[in-house]
Ligand binder design. Structure first.
Ligand SMILES: [Zn+2]
Length: 142
């Protein structure tokens, strides 16, 4: 069973042992097991503040399924440059290396270090790095 994210919206249909704990309403958790022929589920709450009980039996009717956002695939290339000033060219650099995807040795921006991410749409972006970074991200060249 893939992780199903839920928000507790009410406790009207849940077992009385659960219903007492109204602070559960509005909180989020993950369904870890179906119970009672599927009408209720065991939910592991996100909060760890309440160390005593973290798993609750909650009726499906009291839950709202939270859509899981798929994270955009990160290209994960840092920004490195060759040249200086107006002649500076921006290259896509793989982590833990000092070479652009095009093979050129690059350096980080002096004032930002390796903290910046390569942007294929930048005017000074290296054309080879742009193409290779697109290939690496699985989108293919347009
Ligand atoms: Zn390059």
């Amino acid at each position: 069973m893939p992780d199903v994210r839920v928000k507790v919206v009410r406790l009207d249909h849940s077992p009385s042992q659960t219903r007492e704990f109204t602070w559960l309403i509005g909180r989020y958790g993950t369904v870890i097991a179906p119970l009672k022929l599927g009408t209720a589920v065991l939910v592991k709450m996100d909060d760890t503040k309440w160390h005593v009980v973290r798993r609750w039996v909650i009726d499906w009717d009291d839950l709202e399924v939270v859509p899981v956002k798929k994270r955009p695939k990160r290209i994960g290339h840092r920004l490195g440059i060759t040249g200086t000033g107006r002649q500076a060219v921006q290259h896509a650099v793989q982590r833990e290396t000092m070479r652009g995807l095009c093979g050129k040795y690059v350096k980080p921006l002096p004032f930002c270090g390796w903290g910046l991410t390569f942007s294929p749409t930048a005017a000074q972006a290296c054309a080879v790095c742009v193409r290779l970074s697109r290939d690496a991200s699985g989108r293919g060249a347009a």
